[in-house]
Design a binder for this molecule. Sequence first.
Ligand code: SF4
Ligand code: SF4
Length: 199
Amino acid sequence: MSFRHFEFLVRWVLFYNAELVWLSWMLPRQPSPEAALDPEADRRRRVAHEHLAETTKGCDTVCAECGRCCLEPVSRFTQFDRLVRMRTQSPAPEYNQRIYSLIWMLYNALRHCFQRLLPHHRNHRPLPCRYLSDQGCSLPRVERPMICVSWFCLTAALAIEEGMLAETEKHLRTIEKLHRDVVRSSIPFFRRRKGPVRK
Ligand code: SF4
Ligand code: SF4
């Protein structure tokens, strides 16, 4: 692992993912539709998704061979996707916060451990995400949930070309900021103090 990859991973885990867990925890369970961001926010999301497709091209082969992230029939669309896309022509088709739930993660991990202990379940493959097709994800990149374009395991992160890491981080920051804006616009206290969310 190069030093540059190491730096990228540390920042991605400590700042990007830790912040997302924190923001997810801060988000009200049922945010008001008034908290939906301006359509300009979704334009930034789409641009970030398109650029990430380019900068993380190196992951395509390893992810196509593995496919682990597209298993489990749980929605990857969250309240964040909902509130970023709600005022656009392409709202999120569904949403919940289960993918960020620590309880669900623990339950799922325990369930798989238990299944591995049972002989007839040893080769059990979890059900796929509803958007998975024989050719991979059936959604165009810009329509995918934000978590699907910003998640990397160690193997995938190491497959990103070193020269693309800075650009990748730049577009991850855009997605990170959208999550922050959703929380700010969902909590009335911040809405009153800061006024409309900045474009
Ligand atoms: S990110 Fe990692 S675990 Fe997920 S599909 Fe790609 S290689 Fe597999
Ligand atoms: S939405 Fe697409 S990329 Fe995301 S988990 Fe489902 S099949 Fe995979």
